[in-house]
Design a protein around this ligand. Structure first.
Ligand code: G6P
Length: 628
């Protein structure tokens, strides 16, 4: 994780760096820092905690130089503290780093034996030491970087500057993302294109093992041996996304309320309104790069997609965190609507378990950020063995989006809250659409069935609006709910992944013990947890499994558990059994997850905020996990 930004140009670097760090803070908020040339030396200012602390510290500072680097940190080596904050400055070299140096201990020992004195506990500082020992004999920074790279192991990206070369920045990517762009007589480097968009829309994404050398207003790319590499500029046709709370107390609550719109925006491009059928738009199987999508002939592209959908014999879905739970819902949808066998895996398991990927398999990777390290590694592994990859991403031109063969977009708009919300519902909508498209192409579904499912899906956004009305109730109930010793979330079928998601949300936001379980597993352990201090959130919307779930509820009730039931409409049985009852609008099983996820999000949000937690930036977490 961590966010990197660098600036060389006529503006005040302080403003560019702080502005850039604001758009990168989702990558980590343990500490932040900047180093800017001032009177020929780097003046470094760092602060523990959120970026705001750094902003307060630098607001009256002045710098006369035009070169600077900045960093926002998610701690790997060494606790969050000012001492461990980046940039690290050694012997005139300043450096920021994102990732992990795996051979950190041996390098640190070696440098220590040579007399190096460390002023932090980080793996990053030793790269600054290595560079400084190369530059002290007068070696240019670029050559120093080339000399040091072979000594480093791990997945890492670095950006280095030297006070001896006030016109130069050198960066290297091996894993975490880096992107560079030229503005008006200026160059900006960052971990995310959002930080560049105020200055330029023509950007260059670095590939792994590329060295970037900026000199004045120009830059070039080389291989680690110094050989020049071609530069491919990409034009970004979107504007910097505004991160405004629009009157909501937190981004997360705003994003929960944006979910109906996110669902509509995700599915809209793929519905043929006249035919009431599915027609996936510009997925790009067969296109040479993601940049070509806009110019593809829609019918030709749809024909290529239809081939993939009908020829696929097995689907693998791989993701992390909330995106993984979306993938679990996808398994139910694709198996039942399209009749295709599906395996769902957590990316960090999939990549190391030597999965067997038969020919005619399709790997679906789901990632809001498009940068999650394990998901990206899984994609690369599958591509390496010849498997076609379809990505479902929110961030366009992210690493996962660029490397996949086919592309579906969440279109959820920027998601700031670290705990994912609208990206999840957008993905569930897309997986519905994909399952219908596959069912349609493989003749598993009749045209009339596709039409019915589509109509229900199109009604989902307005139904979600009605569920959002429970916001007030959860905000009032939070004071009581937070007193429980723990929460057990249960459901069957597509409600099971929603139960897992509900437990995850409560853990990450309220820091309370919560577990998600398949309701049918209750008697195999979790029942032992139940007493009158345990809350049980039972997801029991009307579907073909509801009766079984209600039997589970009786068993919880008999043992004194405090039940919050989520069901469909006026359901006397559920009302009788539960302490609190949340009534969802009537919908088919395919749409239920879009509705039942809202109460579990609201519950976690309000319990966490009533406990006084920072729900947008929960402790120890980051939005984009670019290290494994
Ligand atoms: C982190 C975030 C989660 C997110 C997960 C996967 O853990 O805090 O909200 O679901 O990463 O991220 P991705 O960007 O791959 O969907």
């Amino acid at each position: 994780m961590c966010g990197i930004v660098g600036y060389l140009g006529p503006r005040d670097p302080k403003d560019v760096l702080i502005g850039g760090l604001k758009s990168l803070e989702y990558r980590g908020y343990d500490s932040a820092g900047i180093a800017i040339l001032h009177r020929g030396e780097f003046k470094r200012i760092r602060a523990e905690g959120k970026l705001l602390n750094l902003e307060n510290k630098v607001k009256n500072e002045e710098f006369d130089g035009h070169l600077g680097i900045g960093h926002t940190r998610w701690a790997t080596h060494g606790p969050p503290s000012e001492r461990n904050a980046h940039p690290h400055c050694v012997g005139g070299v300043s450096l920021v780093h994102n990732g992990i140096i795996e051979n950190y201990s041996e390098l640190r020992e070696e440098l220590g034996r040579g007399g190096a004195v460390f002023s932090s506990d980080t793996d990053s500082e030793l790269v600054a030491h290595l560079l400084a020992s190369e530059t002290k004999s007068g070696r240019p920074l670029f050559e120093a970087v080339l000399a040091v790279l072979p000594r480093l192991r791990g997945a890492y990206s670095i950006l280095a500057v030297s006070q001896e070369e006030p016109n130069v920045m050198v960066a290297f990517k091996n894993g975490p993302p880096l992107v560079v762009g030229k503005g008006h007589h200026e160059v900006v480097i960052a971990s995310d294109v959002q930080a560049l968009l105020p200055y330029t829309k023509d950007v260059v994404y670095l590939h792994d093992h590329e060295v970037l050398v900026v000199k004045g207003e120009e830059f070039k790319l080389t291989a680690p041996d110094g050989k020049p590499l071609p530069i491919k500029t990409v034009h970004i046709n979107w504007s910097p996304e505004q991160a405004e709370k629009c009157g909501y107390p937190h981004f997360m609550l705003k994003e929960i309320f944006e979910q109906p719109r996110a669902v509509a925006a995700a599915m809209a491009p793929h519905i043929d309104l006249a035919l009431k059928a599915v027609k996936l738009q510009r997925v790009g199987f067969g296109a040479s790069s993601v940049e070509d999508l806009a110019t593809l002939k829609a019918d030709q592209d749809w024909a290529a997609t239809q081939r993939v959908l009908s020829e696929t014999e097995r689907v693998f879905i791989v993701a992390c965190g909330t995106s993984f739970y979306a993938g679990m819902i996808g398994e139910y949808l694709l198996e039942r609507l399209a009749g295709v066998p599906v395996e769902v895996d957590i990316a960090s398991e999939f990549r190391y378990r030597h999965p067997v990927l038969p020919p005619k398999s399709l790997l679906i990777v789901i990632s809001q950020s498009g940068e999650t390290a394990d998901t990206l590694a899984a994609l690369r592994m599958a591509k390496g063995s010849g498997t076609k990859v379809l990505s479902i991403c929110n961030v366009k031109s992210s690493s996962i989006d660029r490397e996949a063969d086919g592309h579906l977009y969440m279109n959820a708009g920027v998601e700031i809250g670290v705990a994912s919300t609208k990206a999840l519902v957008a993905t569930i909508a897309l997986l519905n659409i994909l399952a219908l498209a596959m069912g349609q192409e493989r003749r598993q579904l009749k045209a009339a069935e596709v039409k019915d499912f589509l109509e229900a899906l199109q009604a989902a956004p307005s139904q979600m609006e009605t569920v959002l009305a429970y916001n007030q109730w959860f905000s009032e109930a939070a004071a009581t709910l937070k007193k429980h010793k723990g929460f057990l979330y249960m459901g069957r079928g597509v409600s099971f992944p929603v139960a897992m998601e509900g437990a995850l949300k409560l853990k990450e936001l309220a820091y309370m013990h919560a577990e998600g379980y398949a309701a049918g597993e209750m008697k195999h352990g979790p029942l032992a947890l139940i007493d009158d201090r345990m809350a049980v959130v039972m997801l029991a919307p009307q579907d073909d499994l509801q009766e079984k779930t209600i039997s589970n509820l009786e068993e919880v009730k008999a043992r004194g558990g405090k039940i919050i039931a989520v069901g469909t409409g006026e359901d006397p049985k559920l009302r009788r059994l539960s302490e609190h009852y949340v009534a969802l609008p009537e919908a088919p099983w395919t749409v239920n997850p879009l509705l039942e996820v809202i109460p579990v999000q609201l519950l976690a949000y309000h319990v966490a905020s009533s406990l006084g937690h920072d729900v947008d930036q929960p402790r120890n977490l980051a939005k984009s996990v670019t290290v494994e």
